[in-house]
Design a protein around this ligand. Structure first.
Ligand SMILES: *[C@@H]1O[C@H](CO)[C@@H](O)[C@H](O)[C@H]1NC(C)=O
Ligand SMILES: *[C@@H]1O[C@H](CO)[C@@H](O)[C@H](O)[C@H]1NC(C)=O
Ligand SMILES: *[C@@H]1O[C@H](CO)[C@@H](O)[C@H](O)[C@H]1NC(C)=O
Ligand SMILES: CC(=O)N[C@H]1CO[C@H](CO)[C@@H](O)[C@@H]1O
Length: 527
């Protein structure tokens, strides 16, 4: 829609020389009338147009602004038309009232760049985001607010949440970044997988989720708000699916007039220390995405499309600094083949089926005990697209469909954009394979100056306490380390008995010293 605005403005410019002054007026008046995002049971409708949406997560603080144009370009060439990101509160407000929107945290620049590339953006405000991010995105100071309880019907929490969400929304509005203003943002998310904790909060939890939905709606972005994994998302918010196989696990939108949106389809898994990295094949991802579109889906998001790097201390406990290296774009910003290419081919096949998918009539039936047919049909306009799913994990299925014979590889979906020709099969990878080889950089050898990152280790905080203080409270999230020292006088008559140092909680890891001498260590494994 950026392109559309540009094209229109060029026309205006041809008629009137004072185009620049006029552009502003044109955009703002047009915004009020035709721009905006609506939805119905089939899809999102962006500025009056239905679209199939292929979205990928790229988190701005997990790469540098210098990398963004290249990453976004690769995403676009991979067939994506939406970029999804979380908003990272503790990066933006590390100290209460002191904001940071610079460098890797320049989210306005990031979103604007997405628009300039002709793509849309989805903004997941949270503000609790999890995201394997330090403290799930909450700034440490929030915890010190009197009487606060996070993510429930608690007045101090709601006060701070609303304040932050409003600040972010106002900023995007000021920069005219919502689709309703001619910008790229087509959706925003409030909260995040709240259903995981809702039951623990009982009534207060459901009151909170209603409040969060209403609070978000009142901010009047004129683009839809969503809640992921939240079956009771209040109207008009859309409940969306997160998972690996949403076509077969999602219970569906909670109202018939809401579309099926998939906000997190895990392309891999984040890596944790001490465990091998998780691998998900291109074929398996393609299978579940093809099935999703076969069964009424119109929006998918790859989590992550590019994971990047957890710089400094931004990662959550146990997660490595390398985030989703197995995504279609690896940590270094290189296409990971055949994942990137196989998904690009999938997007092309789905786009060829777009007319049928968005306007056709869906029907589903079993052709044999293993083969499911999903078609989208509009005989009047001669439009038809079909998906043939072979659910047999071991064997090829040979079937007849509309007078033609098809050999369907095991565990695969074939896409027939004209209900006749197979243009894509999820098991048949034609994208080239590649491998990453690490070689010493000539540049690095030659003239690159390395710097050490030094974490300041506090020596004395001058604290005295009868009990060890909680680390987080003590260090205010400036470091992950603390020394606890204590003095024990051993009486003469006890000498000769074995002395035991007992520590009730280790945190993640502990080194113990007695009289300055190292006596042992313990590290907890991830639960
Ligand atoms: C915190 O809660 C206590 C007990 O409910 C109440 O007495 C106190 O006024 C509250 N403090 C603040 C700052 O809200
Ligand atoms: C797709 O949507 C149609 C119309 O809302 C519905 O009848 C059908 O059951 C849906 N198909 C699946 C697989 O959920
Ligand atoms: C695949 O075919 C073989 C040979 O006909 C058969 O024994 C096996 O049960 C089949 N596997 C499945 C999952 O149907
Ligand atoms: C909705 C869905 O598919 N959720 C699954 C996501 O994956 C985890 C394991 O990685 C499952 O436990 C969930 O059921």
């Amino acid at each position: 829609m950026i392109n559309q605005a540009k094209r229109q403005s060029r026309r205006v410019g041809a008629v009137l020389a004072a185009a620049i002054a006029l552009l502003g007026i044109y955009v703002s008046t047009a915004a009020a009338s035709q721009h905006g995002v609506r939805y119905d049971g089939r899809s999102l409708i962006i500025n009056g147009k239905r679209k199939l949406l292929f979205s990928g997560s790229i988190h701005y603080p997990r790469s540098t602004p210098e990398m963004w144009p290249d990453l976004l370009g690769k995403a676009k060439r991979g067939g994506l038309n939406v970029i999804q990101t979380y908003i990272f509160w503790n990066g933006h407000e590390p100290l209460q009232g002191q904001y940071n929107f610079e460098g890797r945290y320049d989210v306005v620049k990031f979103v604007r760049m997405i628009g300039e590339m002709g793509m849309y953006a989805t903004i997941r405000v949270g503000p609790f985001i999890e995201a394997e991010w330090n403290h799930g995105g909450f700034p440490f100071w929030l915890r010190e607010v009197k009487n606060i309880t996070f993510r429930t019907d608690n007045a101090p929490f709601k006060y701070h949440m609303r304040k932050f969400v409003r600040m972010i929304v106002d900023m995007f509005k000021r920069e005219k970044l919502y689709a309703s203003q001619g910008g790229p943002i087509i959706m925003s998310q409030i909260e995040n997988e709240y259903a995981n904790v809702e039951r623990a909060f009982k009534d207060s939890g459901s009151r909170y989720i209603q409040w969060a939905g209403n609070m978000a709606e009142r901010l009047k972005t004129r683009v839809p708000w969503i809640m992921c994994k939240q079956i009771d998302a209040p109207d008009p918010l859309i409940n969306t699916c997160n998972g690996r196989h949403c076509a077969d696990t999602f219970l569906g939108p909670n109202k018939p007039y809401k579309p099926s949106l998939w906000t997190e389809n895990w392309t891999s898994h984040y890596t944790v220390f001490g465990e091998p990295s998780y691998y998900r094949t291109a074929e398996d991802i393609a299978y579940s995405v093809a099935r999703w579109f076969a069964r009424n889906g119109t929006h998918v998001n790859y989590y992550m499309y590019y994971g990047g790097t957890n710089f400094g201390r931004t990662t959550s406990s146990f997660s490595t600094t390398q985030y989703y290296d197995e995504a279609p774009i690896d940590e270094y910003g290189l296409e990971r083949e055949p994942k990137w290419g196989h998904l690009k081919d999938l997007h092309r096949a789905l786009k060829l089926s777009q007319k049928a998918l968005l306007w056709g009539h869906p029907s589903v039936w079993m052709l044999t005990k293993d083969v499911e047919v999903c078609i989208y049909d509009q005989p009047r306009n001669n439009v038809c697209a079909a998906f043939l799913t072979n659910n047999n994990n071991d064997n090829v299925s040979t079937v007849k469909f509309r007078g033609h014979e098809y050999h369907l590889p095991p565990y695969s979906v074939s896409i027939l954009p004209d209900c006749k020709t197979v243009v894509y099969n999820t098991m048949t990878v034609v994208a080239q394979h590649n491998a990453r080889r690490l070689v010493k950089s000539r540049l690095a050898h030659w003239n690159l100056r390395w710097e050490n990152y030094k974490e300041v280790i506090p020596t004395q905080l001058g604290y005295f306490s009868w009990k060890p203080k909680e680390l987080y409270l003590l260090t205010k999230d400036t470091t992950d380390y603390a020394w606890y020292t204590t003095k024990i006088q051993v009486k003469k008559q006890d000498l000769g008995f074995p002395l035991v140092l007992e520590v009730a909680s280790l945190g993640h890891a502990m080194l113990a010293f007695v009289n300055g001498e190292f006596v042992g260590k313990r590290a907890k494994r991830r639960s």
